[in-house]
Design a protein around this ligand. Sequence first.
Ligand SMILES: Nc1ncnc2c1ncn2[C@@H]1O[C@H](COP(=O)(O)OP(=O)(O)OP(=O)(O)O)[C@@H](O)[C@H]1O
Ligand SMILES: [Mg+2]
Length: 425
Amino acid sequence: MKVLIVGGGGREHALAWKCAQSPRVDEVLVAPGNAGTELEPGVRNVNIAATDTERLVELAKREAVELTIIGPEAPLVAGITDAFQARGLRCFGPSRLAARLEGSKAFTKDFLQRHRIPTAGYRVFNRASYDAVWLRAQKTPIVIKASGLASGKGVVIAQNLQEAESAVQEMFAGRFGEAGSEIVIEEFMQGEEASFIVMADGTQVLPLATSQDHKRLLDHDEGPNTGGMGAYSPAPVITSAVHARVMREVIDPTIRGLREDGSPFTGFLYAGLMVGDDGTVKVVEFNCRLGDPETQPILARLRSDLTVLCDAAIDGNLAQVEAEWDSRVALGVVLAAAGYPEQVRSGDAIDGLEAAALLPGKVFHAGTRRADAQCVTSGGRVLCAVGLGNHISDARRDAYALVSCLHYDGMSYRHDIGYRAIARE
Ligand SMILES: Nc1ncnc2c1ncn2[C@@H]1O[C@H](COP(=O)(O)OP(=O)(O)OP(=O)(O)O)[C@@H](O)[C@H]1O
Ligand SMILES: [Mg+2]
C-alpha cells in the first residue's frame, strides 16, 4: 500500500521513516517533506504544502493512497480529515470539531471545567469583556495565552502584573493576529511537565510511550521558549501510579466527553501535563497531533507497525491491537539554526550527515532542504539526533556522538537534554 504523510518537519521525517519500515507499505509519500525524507529509502517527497487540502486530496486519489497521517495542527484545525473522509479517503487525524481541543484554548478550558478534568483555574476574555480590575487582584506569576494557534509562541508567563497587563494589551493589539483576539488567563502551576500521547479511535485509546521535552532555548532551562530543543522517552516522572491516574482523570474523561459532546476524537491526542510533587496531575494543554520533537524518540522505540495501529484506530478497533516498545531509552537532541527562535537564517550548508549515518542512532531532519547536491538549513529547528541506550546516560552519549559529527554555521543546541531523567536515575 501507499501511505501519505502530511507535513515537513522532524515529526514527519520520523513518521515517514517508521511507515517505510512496514512490510505492508510499498511507498511513503511526504508532502512537502524535507531533505531527510527525500533521501529516506522507500520515501518520495511531493511538493504540496501541508495546508493545501484540495491538492492533497487530489494527490491521495491520483496515487491511490490507502492511509494518510497528518503531522501538523494547522491542517487538522482547518478540517483536512473531514475533507479526506468526504472523498472516501482513509485519514488518521481528528475532525475539525475534535481538533478544537488544540485550535481553541478557550474551548478546551471550558471543556475541561465542564467535564471536571483537573486544570489550572482560569478566565477567558475578549477585548470587550476584558476585566483589568480582576487581573490586578490576581497572584503572580500568572499565565496569559492567546486562545488560537500561535506556533508555540502565544504563551506569556508574567512574573508581575505589569508584564501581565502588557501581554494582554499586545495580544489584543494583534501580536498573534486572530489567535489573540480571545485570551485565556490562568493560574501558574508548579510541578514537572510531561507529554502523554495516546492514539484514539473515538472510544478506545492506546497510550504511546511517555516522553518529556525541553522547551527553553538554553541549558539549565534558560532563554526563550522554543518549539522544543530535545526530548526523551520514557519520562520517569510518569510512574505507573501517575500513568493510571492520567488515564483515569484526564484521558478517559476527555475521550468520553468529546464523544458525548458529538465530536469524537480519532487521532493522536497529546496531553501536556503538570505533575505535582504529590503525584497530582493537571492539564496544561492539549494538542491534536503528535509532538515535535517527542515523536522522534517515541517512534524510535516503537516496535509495532504504525500503519496497523492507525488502520485499527480509523476502523474503531483500537481495543484489538497492542503497541510493542523497545525497552531502551531514546533521547533526541535538536540542532537549531542561527537566530532561532527569532529571525532564523536559512541556506547554511550542513556537513557530517554521512559520518553520522555510520554511527548507531538516527538523525531526523526538520528544517532542511536540498540545494544541488548539498543539504542546507531551511528552518528554525534543523535536525534531531536520536540515540538509544539501556540507560538514559547511554542514549544521551549516542545522541551527542551524532551531534559531534554534524556542523553548519550558526548551529546551536542544548548540552543538557535529559538532565531531569538522569538526576532521577
Ligand atoms: N498554567 C501554567 N502554569 C505553568 N506553566 C505553564 C502554564 N501554562 C503554560 N505553561 C508553560 O508554557 C508552555 C506553553 O504553554 P502551552 O502548552 O499552553 O502553549 P502552546 O503554545 O500550545 O504549546 P505547544 O507549542 O507545546 O503546543 C508549557 O509547556 C508550560 O511550560
Ligand atoms: Mg499546544
